[in-house]
Design a protein around this ligand. Sequence first.
Ligand code: IP8
Length: 247
Amino acid sequence: MVLAVIKLGGSVVTDKEKKGVFRREVAVAFFKQIKGMREVVLVHGGGSFGHPVALEYFRHGATIPLGISEIHRAMVELNSLIVDVALEQGVPVMPFPASSIFVAENGEIKECFLDPLRLSLKRGMVPLCYGDVVADSARGFSILSGDSIASALAVELGAEYLVYCIDKDGVLDEYGLPIRLLTNRDQIHKVRTIPDITGSIEGKVREALKAAKAGVKTFILNGLHPERLSMLLEGKEVIGTEVRWVG
Ligand code: IP8
């Protein structure tokens, strides 16, 4: 089984500058590539849906139950727009909110309950998970990014590939060019990035390295060129960043 876990970044599928703006045409192009792929698990981020609401409620370091619901609802809203496009394109997605399958401890994934997801995958569905607010055994609730979810799923499910689709040609160097290969021995502090509630490109690379360490072939590609994703999974060389663990 050649399983790929693919994270569709919020920066790809939404306009991060404008609250609640979905980039439908980008999602259509993405799902045109996903259609026909056999073993795929998808994860999407929050973009201008989840992040502004999460920032509003987490700004003072505490949240109220109503805030948790609001953040989750913002993610459900984006998820349902994505599901609509997937179905239009003939991709049989099955949503798995992270809040229903993960428990965190101090913001890190502590436990996961993946049987329904595993079985759905086996039965030909395309599981679709997303960044979410999850119960946290130490803090009450915390925000789990799609990046950590994708990495954890890739490791737990024994995926061959983990691909992060972002709105750039990969992790960029100080000249704005994609770094072909990043390893655990590289310093990534020079990377240009705009942090949001769940971190930055550094956080993404940290998550990517966890999967790479577990033997998953891990890449960061431009989701605005989704044909690169298909080419990569066909074993071709594409523009992007490979994240590799070297012992
Ligand atoms: O965009 C964030 O997921 P991400 C999810 O993958 C929320 O970091 C709830 C803001």
